[in-house]
Design a binder for this molecule. Structure first.
Ligand code: COA
Length: 360
């Protein structure tokens, strides 16, 4: 017999309880004592089984690029149930509770990286977006480059990359509009070497270029022009002079896949993300849609006043994010309903790539 389940935003007095759970589940090396204090964009959630703290999670405030706007998004990480409470549905109920807290706090969407998609699907999340991880033998790097000036950026001046990052991330859905704290979390404890091309910056990458014949791992790479991309590839060739392979990530709309594929280059789906819609009405209002042209059911309420469309919340988040897109779902007969309403929604919710650039 398990006690009653409750969940709430953690107060400072709860932080040691949450830390203990993360240390038991993820290890004290991943969650050292200093992680007991939430970062500027973090809020902790703590769940109780009776009187005992048995579940914890971190909610990240990730204002997220979405169809040319920035919408409030809750990124969920560090989801953990203590081993003694697992397997009895507690994790699932707690996740439903986390979604409820985020909705109350005004998040319109939520994102996470699921260890197993079915677990989070039950709480309304659906697979949506990924990164290509490109692994290229050095001698298959394209021989391109350019004459943009290359300069090192001190991690303390990372905000110089803001415009380039924004210009890149606005082209697809699902990435965070970073503030200072997001940048420093993204750079990590031991900041890498950062190189920018162009002034103003048209592209940047960061890496640790040391070692011989090892793999050169590019931590993050973004660009805002075709010229910037070519210059970055040229920079990579010079950094890879004493390496065997190079790896980096690109969004699903990958310039490399479009232009430079070559025999032994591997491209794998990396870090697939999941999203959930918490407030579809608010999102559609942002697009200034005509609510008289469609309607659908969402968690027991009707959104819109027009002819009906049958769409689940899982299909809805994919349609809103644009990937997989609504037209696909209609073409394959998965989403049905009034033809006029579907055509209108297909026009509003056009296909878009989805990619989350944060690690959490
Ligand atoms: C993921 C986690 C939070 C789930 O907590 P929980 O309280 O056990 O969750 P629930 O009991 O509600 O659900 C667990 C689900 O996993 C299933 N499951 C349990 N053990 C499993 C196993 N070895 N293989 C596959 N599925 C398993 C359960 O059957 C259940 O699914 P079901 O409802 O379809 O039967 C918990 O296992 C945990 O803390 N894991 C370690 C940390 C982690 O992986 N976090 C997620 C990071 S994204």
């Amino acid at each position: 017999m398990i006690g009653e389940i409750s969940i709430r935003w953690a107060e400072p007095a709860d932080y040691p309880l949450a830390l203990r759970i993360w240390q038991k589940v993820y290890g004290a090396d991943v969650f050292p004592e200093e992680r007991m204090t939430p970062l500027a964009f973090h809020r902790f959630v703590i769940g109780f089984v009776g009187e005992v703290a048995g579940f914890a999670a971190i909610v990240c405030d990730y204002p997220t690029f979405w169809r040319g706007q920035v919408v409030p998004c809750a990124g969920i990480g560090a989801v953990a149930t203590l081993p003694e409470f697992r397997g009895g549905g507690i994790g699932q109920q707690m996740m439903d509770g986390v979604v409820g807290l985020c909705r109350e706090a005004g998040s319109e969407i939520s994102s996470l990286y699921g260890f197993r998609e079915p677990f989070y699907r039950k709480s309304g999340y659906e697979a949506c977006g990924w990164r290509w991880q490109i692994r290229c033998p050095v001698d298959q790097l394209p021989k391109v480059g350019g004459d943009l000036v290359v300069r090192e950026i001190d991690p303390a001046d990372v905000r110089e990359l803001d415009d380039c990052y924004r210009g890149f991330a606005r082209r697809f859905n699902g990435s965070c509009e970073r503030i200072e704290a997001h940048w420093s979390r993204r750079l990590g404890k031991k900041p890498p070497q950062i190189y920018a091309v162009g002034d103003p910056v048209e592209g940047y990458l960061w890496c640790n270029p040391h070692g011989f014949w090892n793999e050169l791992e590019i931590g993050e790479m973004t660009w805002t022009s075709a010229r910037g991309y070519e210059n970055l590839l040229g920079l990579i060739r010079t950094l890879a002079i004493n390496k065997g392979k190079v790896s980096w990530c690109e969004p699903p709309e990958s310039s490399f896949a479009r232009i430079y594929l070559d025999g032994l280059v591997e491209m794998s789906r990396h870090r697939p993300s999941m999203f959930a819609v918490l407030d579809p009405g608010a999102l559609l209002e942002r697009l200034e849609v005509d609510f008289g042209k469609f309607s659908f059911e969402f968690e027991g309420t009707t959104v819109g006043m027009g002819p009906r469309v049958e769409i689940s919340k899982h299909q809805l988040i994919q349609a809103l994010m644009g990937s997989p897109n609504l037209s696909e779902m209609v073409r394959w007969g998965e989403v049905k309903g009034d033809a006029g309403a579907l055509a209108y929604l297909e026009m509003i919710l056009s296909p878009m790539a989805v990619c989350c650039m944060e690690f959490f």
